[in-house]
Design a protein around this ligand. Structure first.
Ligand SMILES: [Fe+2]
Ligand SMILES: [Fe+2]
Length: 213
């Protein structure tokens, strides 16, 4: 499921530099988010995983810094993350799922970076298990996870659109948005985070999607 469709995309080699630039930012963001998450009150097994997760994201970031030849802009503070574990779990699961889709896209142009995608898959699978655990746990935690998922999902089209904002990506941008959103929607539905009606709640970016280039 999921990133199979993204894998079928064939981007022209001219998109490579723009994708690498985006990864520099996204990996820095992933690293800061994991660092913020480690400061929260999370279950012990999650805390243990986040240490390994942080190492992975640090290594990914270093790889992009080397390839591009510069570092991302420093931040004074880590990005804020939800304090409640069900909401935080959804955020981590969501962004890792998005990271996996982008890594899948990257690998179509740079097969030598396949190990990054493999790491992202491990991250997604870990948080997916945690989401399953939450949805089977007390009703309040499950409900909080579902509410957070709907809120995160509503913001996703704008996030993806912003992420793909590069002139060189314009010709395939709408197709990419469509594929990435569909992959994440499917993932969220299969885990049980999204129920029946959310797709119709998709904001306007989704409505603009549709024509292949
Ligand atoms: Fe990463
Ligand atoms: Fe990751």
């Amino acid at each position: 499921m999921s990133s199979d469709a993204t894998m079928s995309i064939h981007l022209p080699p001219t998109c490579e530099a723009a994708l690498l630039e985006r990864f520099l930012k996204a990996e820095a963001m992933a690293l800061w988010t994991v660092r913020s998450a480690r400061l929260q009150d999370v279950p012990p097994n999650v805390y243990a995983f986040l240490r390994k997760h942080e190492e992975d994201e640090q290594q990914h970031l270093a790889q992009f810094e080397t390839m591009i030849g510069r570092r991302p802009r420093e931040r004074e503070r880590f990005p804020s993350v939800p304090r409640q574990w069900p909401a935080l779990a959804v955020q981590l699961y969501g962004y890792e799922s998005l990271g996996l889709e982008f890594a899948t896209l990257l690998v179509t142009l740079r097969p030598d970076l396949a190990s990054i995608r493999e790491d992202e898959l491990v991250h997604v699978e870990f948080f997916e298990q945690e989401i399953h655990r939450l949805l089977r746990s007390e009703a309040a935690a499950a409900e909080q996870a579902r509410i957070s998922a709907r809120a995160w999902w509503r913001k996703l089209p704008r996030t993806v659109d912003r992420y793909l904002d590069a002139a060189v990506l314009d010709p395939c941008r709408q197709t990419l948005i469509k594929l990435i959103l569909a992959a994440i929607e499917q993932r969220f539905r299969e885990t049980g985070l999204l129920g029946g009606k959310e797709a119709t709640m998709m904001p306007s970016v989704r409505l603009a999607v549709g024509e292949d280039p």
